[in-house]
Design a protein around this ligand. Structure first.
Ligand code: A2P
Length: 313
């Protein structure tokens, strides 16, 4: 299975990387350091955690800790893949660069390997009393002005690749219908056994857009069930690997990047070891995933007060 995928920029992105969303304070550093594995040389990718400070803005909470851990580990910057995201209240073109600069400062780095538009939805810059619900309609349907600013950040060398997150096919097409200077490198979405999104996977493959799987083992409360799926256990038994490795290998074999979150060093190590699955076992797991109604866990549409489902519309 591929250890890396090539992006339009020519950069090679690791196929499996560490996600640190929801990693608690004090845990992030341990996790980042555990990724400094000279055997795999597939180091950290990193997804931001968010804290909602009512009524103030949303801040990305673990960037400082990630930055500190990287410095303490002595890892060479070029050996790490660093990803961060632009939060929804900084979509206005004049706000993009300062949001990015803030991330760069906190991480203590000159550049990001990948910067993602976190959601296709823009908020007003100053959130309402609940921190979220105010929603700037005029920006929501047109991500292109934000994207143009992101392209400028590539030109300036502050980010090497730019991408999107939580975009459905209609929204991707809405963006890529514009004369883009830089194509989206990836689309980061929820992908797991319970929400396998075969149509999005197929469309993305046909259109040359890499997908990154967040919550690849299922969301927190699904992980136990994921690791007990008969098809997963069967693969693990036959190949002498762990159920988590079977699932992560399935993702890579589907052609996606996988971001398993863990703060446990032994699991981080475990999760980086992927193995090609025999085609029949791969197909059985794929069929089992498609055989039940999809259960998406991450969907903030209601909590944001949208009158539509951000994934459906
Ligand atoms: P931990 O971080 O304590 O190691 P999320 O929904 O945030 O992606 O959650 C992933 C969950 O899966 C976390 O609770 C994480 O626990 C757990 N996890 C990650 N890797 C493994 C593994 N190899 N085996 C079992 N659980 C895992």
């Amino acid at each position: 299975l591929p250890t890396h995928y090539q992006l339009p920029s020519g950069d090679r992105i690791p196929s499996v990387a560490l996600g640190v969303w929801k990693a608690g304070k004090g845990e992030v550093g341990t996790a980042v350091k555990a990724c400094n594995n000279p055997n795999t040389r597939r180091l950290v990718a990193y997804s931001t955690d968010r804290q909602h400070l009512s009524p103030a803005t949303v801040i990305l909470t673990n960037e400082e800790e990630v930055g500190q851990a990287i410095r303490e580990s002595g890892i060479t910057r070029s050996d790490i893949w660093l990803t961060s995201k632009l939060w929804n209240n900084f979509h206005a073109p004049e706000d993009v660069e300062s949001a990015l600069d803030d991330s760069l400062n906190k991480l203590g780095t000159e550049y990001l390997d990948l910067y993602l538009m976190h959601w296709p939805i823009a908020f007003e810059k100053e959130p309402g009393p609940d921190g979220n619900s105010i929603y700037a309609e005029n920006l929501s349907e047109n991500p292109y002005p934000t994207w143009q600013k992101l392209e400028e950040m590539v030109e300036k060398g502050k980010v090497r690749n730019i991408g999107i997150s939580n975009f459905n096919i209609r929204r991707i097409q809405n963006l890529t219908a514009n004369p883009l200077k830089v194509q989206p490198a990836v689309n980061q979405v929820e992908l797991n056994f319970w929400n396998p999104q075969p149509e999005l996977v197929k469309w993305s493959k046909e259109n040359g857009l890499l997908l990154e799987a967040y919550s690849p083992l299922g969301s927190n409360n699904q992980v136990g069930n994921t690791l007990r799926i008969p098809e997963v256990k069967n693969i693990a038994d036959k190949l002498g690997i762990t159920p988590a490795q079977a699932v992560i290998s399935w993702h890579v074999q589907r052609g996606t990047i996988v971001l398993p979150k863990s703060v446990t060093p032994s699991r981080i190590e475990e999760n980086l070891q992927v193995t090609a699955l025999p085609q029949d076992l791969f197909e059985k797991l794929e069929a089992a995933a498609a055989a039940h109604p999809p259960q998406r866990v991450v969907n903030p549409s209601k909590s944001w007060g949208l009158n539509f489902d951000v994934f459906e519309y």
